[in-house]
Design a protein around this ligand. Sequence first.
Ligand code: ADP
Length: 192
Amino acid sequence: MINIVLFGPPGSGKGTQAQHLIEKFNLKQISTGDLFRYNIKNETELGKLAKSYIDKGELVPDQVTIDMLTDELRKPSNTNGFIFDGFPRTIAQTEALEKIVRQELNSEISICLSLVVDDEILVQRLIKRGETSGRTDDSDVEIIRNRIKEYYAKTAEVAELYKKQGKYAEVIGVGNISEISEKLFAEVEKIK
Ligand code: ADP
């Protein structure tokens, strides 16, 4: 299996690049952001809870997120591997993911691919996305800045864990989208 953690701050292009990686390597994407938005749209209890955090630009509590991801991973699927997009976002989630992947898939995380983008570019991208996405967390600069703050406070350190395991690669996430994809593909080819 190839199991990829796609990593980077909000607005770094994880969703876009996940699509390209899925097609190239025949993987299944699990996006915790998309799962939360699906639950919010369907007004589930999980959705209501998640919304109260997401609308402030805060992270949803670890256990809620971990349980949701575990349920998703247990669904039967025929795939070469998974792309985790937007997860893990904390050290606790990173440790939980390692355990779940071992228990449920009898596998491990192959690599953490990190998209690097300057903060001011992130803010610009998210404001622009907010004009069409309808996402409440893209609609306000203060919320956007809080998401980036949460990233540095809680998420950035996740990279250190993968670096220590020698499972980490950075790609600059600014420039031509296909060229960025090619660089990501090359990192995956190295570990295949
Ligand atoms: P972005 O990468 O643009 O911030 P996402 O769609 O990945 O967007 O996430 C949107 C929001 O959903 C986050 O700001 C956070 O509130 C919540 N969320 C998504 N994934 C997680 C996670 N792994 N842990 C906690 N909260 C999460």
